[in-house]
Design a protein. Structure first.
Length: 213
């Protein structure tokens, strides 16, 4: 049994997906180099099943204490001088861990978020034990269990967030802002939950077997 399935067993019997607490998250990083990148900002949206409660959101810009390469500034619009008075990393992770509590984490290519969070938490003494769901993998499963089309193999490879959003008729706005991308992913996840239920998938362990991390 894989590690995530062992952790998921703790949630068995807590109800269907439609009453589960999720936290949908997104991050922005100083760079794409996994050896040297640092957390720059984190956004998260809480959900209860398909419901997105107003006001249950989390957003912090972090002072990474390193310079931010110009090539990534044009993407996330956060410059080194903009983050000089931003939140300290340890305080941000304290607040984030309280916000997520025992929720199931959800993200698009969520491994990116998990890797940077685990990397930063290793320096602050925090620990991330929540189970997580990758919406990119959920999308692939829904496509495979939907109506066959000749371009299916191409659709299975088109997994960028804007393309997946358009598939579920979700409007795309303000990309590469952690909170905005978390909200976009939350609305996609909302549509996915209905699609999963329509295909007979309505419990957390089932979804974790499909797309658990």
């Amino acid at each position: 049994m894989t590690a995530w399935l062992k952790r998921a067993s703790r949630t068995e019997g807590k109800g269907t997906l439609l009453v589960q607490r999720f936290v949908v998250l997104d991050t922005e990083l100083t760079s794409l180099d996994r050896r040297t990148n640092r957390l720059l900002s984190i956004g998260a949206i809480a959900m209860r099943g398909t419901s997105i409660p107003l006001g249950e959101q989390f957003y912090r810009v972090v002072n990474p204490r390193v310079s931010i390469p110009q090539e990534t500034v044009v993407i996330h619009k956060l410059r080194t001088q903009d983050v000089q008075v931003a939140n300290p990393l340890e305080e941000t992770l304290d607040d984030f861990c309280k916000f997520i509590d025992t929720a199931v984490l959800v993200g698009h290519f969520v491994n990116i978020e998990l890797k940077i969070l685990n990397k930063e938490m290793a320096t602050t003494g925090h620990k991330l034990e929540n189970v997580a769901i990758d919406t990119a993998r959920v999308h692939q499963w829904i496509l495979r269990h939907g109506t066959y089309s000749e371009d299916l193999s191409m659709k299975l490879e088109q997994l960028d967030l804007p393309t997946v959003a358009r598939f579920y008729s979700v409007e795309v706005d303000n990309l590469h802002h952690a909170l905005a991308d978390a909200f976009l992913t939350a609305r996609i996840w909302q549509k996915m939950l209905y699609a999963l239920e329509a295909r007979g998938v309505d419990t957390l362990p089932e979804v974790l077997r499909i797309a658990g991390v």
